[in-house]
Design a protein around this ligand. Structure first.
Ligand SMILES: Cc1cc2nc3c(=O)[nH]c(=O)nc-3n(C[C@H](O)[C@H](O)[C@H](O)COP(=O)(O)OP(=O)(O)OC[C@H]3O[C@@H](n4cnc5c(N)ncnc54)[C@H](O)[C@@H]3O)c2cc1C
Length: 326
């Protein structure tokens, strides 16, 4: 039996979108290989999420519910996850390549002495029934396929927004199971005193409905700051191209593209961005794209729903003026 597990993550009081995207992919792979999809989720007072996960495609949801799991901490989460994986011995385990997934997956993989492929952009099952994990490598210049032939489970983290959200089927049926959470005093050495939401946190970028992205054409750090004003006015997040990061206008965790984050917002505004393929691969799933560029032949206009040929230093203040007086 080729059970495919997704370790779901909580975000903003609900399920992280990447967990549902992975659940959709797991469903597709399981249907193809004749296995089941099992979602494991940890937290506190999260039992209602079980039904939601079933509606999105899980055959079984296993819940680790405990007050000490209310907020993510490496050691207690790693303890509980390692224990259930040792007990149930799944074939494949998938996590989002988020801050949490990138922290938790390698620790658990090391404890289970199995292989882990980080930051995948695609997954498939080959003729031998092995999980083929596709990811950029060698400075992101080539895509490689990785398989884990011997050790189990085959573990992978996958970047948010590479797979679409699956359909939610209201009357889907599945099983909900609870695990007993046994923690050791050593697991609880780290104490979470307070959680402060950063206003412009890079991790929000992948989940934002509106992304305002600046490229080299923004011209200076001072001009780049205008993007935060626009993003705030639209309730969105700021992103950047690699040259904007290289210019130190913004931290590299905000970079969009092949070597950065994948975004799929409802509205994407590209300001002073040329539209290189290494960039567009990270935003081409956006629903509506507005491009502002002074060069009418810039490739970004091929991705744009609406194109504005003009200088960002004039267009952005004009848009802000419209928004604030509307
Ligand atoms: C292996 C590899 C991985 C890469 N990964 C990434 C990645 O993850 N993300 C990424 O972004 N890049 C990545 N790159 C770099 C990528 O190839 C491009 O160089 C980069 O995306 C270009 O960024 P840009 O559009 O900001 O700059 P440019 O290509 O220089 O474009 C600037 C644009 O701004 C316009 N402009 C200039 N002034 C103004 C103005 N005043 N008003 C309006 N428009 C103006 C210009 O007409 C131009 O079109 C990668 C490259 C390689 C080789």
């Amino acid at each position: 039996m080729h059970d495919i597990w997704v370790v779901a993550e909580l975000a903003g009081g609900g399920l992280a979108p990447v967990s549902l995207q992975l659940l959709g992919k797991a469903r597709q792979l399981a249907d193809q290989s004749g296995g089941r999809v099992i979602v494991f989720v940890m937290g506190h007072e999260i039992v209602p999420l079980g039904q939601e996960l079933i509606k999105y495609g899980a055959d079984e949801v296993i819940i680790g519910d405990h007050p000490e799991l209310a907020f993510y901490r490496t050691l207690p989460y790693a303890r509980v996850m390692t224990h259930i994986l040792q007990e149930r011995r799944p074939n494949i385990v998938l996590l989002g390549a988020t801050s949490q997934g990138r922290d938790l997956a390698p620790r658990v993989a090391a404890r289970l002495q199995t292989g882990l492929t980080a930051d995948c952009l695609d997954l498939s099952i080959n003729e031998e029934g092995l999980l083929v994990q596709t990811k950029p490598s060698y400075g992101d210049n080539v895509m490689v396929d990785i398989v884990i032939p011997e050790h189990r489970p085959q573990m992978a983290t996958v970047r948010p927004n590479v797979f679409p959200l699956p359909e939610r089927i209201e009357d889907r049926k599945g099983k909900i199971t609870s695990v007993t959470v046994n923690l050791e005093p050593d697991d609880l050495k780290t104490v979470v005193k307070e959680i402060i939401d950063e206003k412009h946190e890079a991790s929000r970028l992948e989940e934002a409905d509106v992304v305002v992205c600046g490229g080299r054409g923004m011209g200076s750090k001072e001009n780049f700051e205008q993007l935060y004003v626009l993003a705030d006015a639209l309730g969105g997040a700021v992103g950047a191209t690699r040259p904007a990061v290289d210019e130190n206008w913004i931290d590299d965790s905000y970079q969009i593209g092949q070597s950065g984050k994948m975004v799929a917002p409802k509205l994407f505004i590209a300001c002073g961005v040329s539209g290189a393929v290494q960039f567009t691969v990270g935003m081409e799933k956006s629903k509506i794209v507005v491009a502002i560029n002074k060069d009418a032949s810039a490739p970004i206009f091929n991705f744009a729903t609406y194109g504005i040929v003009g200088d960002v230093r004039e267009i952005i203040p004009a848009i802000l003026q419209e928004i604030t007086t509307a």
